[in-house]
Write a protein that binds this ligand. Structure first.
Ligand code: AMP
Ligand code: ZN
Length: 114
């Protein structure tokens, strides 16, 4: 398995893990774009948003949002505000082909999305 995020899940690549349960794991981005920049991923390899199954994965994606909200509280950025972003595919800016959600905050973010 040459997926970097699967290697983090397996403990083969070090990461600053802030949360994990049976379904998801969250860690600090190695190249932060904001004072708080966390990555939330499913432990199971799903390539991208396009590969989510409506029936099987609706709980998972909701759970990822809930975990991100809890981490925003822990990081002390819930009040000031934050952004959740999921890039999908080449033109969506997705570089790591394992579904992941960015949690960004700790400064006023650019209003630019694309
Ligand atoms: P994306 O462009 O949406 O695919 O974002 C991939 C993100 O993963 C980038 O923000 C990278 O800095 C981050 N990243 C890549 N490798 C690692 C790693 N080993 N540990 C933590 N974050 C990583
Ligand atoms: Zn993977």
């Amino acid at each position: 398995m040459d997926c970097i995020f699967c290697q983090i899940v397996a403990g083969e690549v070090p990461a600053e893990i802030l949360y994990q349960d049976e379904e998801v794991i969250a860690f600090r981005d190695i190249n932060p774009q904001a004072p708080t920049h966390l990555i939330i991923i499913p432990k199971r390899h799903i390539s991208s948003l396009t590969h989510l199954s409506e029936k099987a994965d609706s709980f998972l994606i909701g759970h990822m949002v809930n975990v991100a909200n809890q981490l925003a509280q822990k990081e002390g950025i819930a009040e000031s505000g934050y952004r959740l972003a999921i890039n999908c595919g080449e033109w969506g800016g997705q570089l790591v082909p394992h579904l992941h959600m960015h949690l960004l905050g700790g400064r006023r973010l650019s209003g630019k999305l694309g």
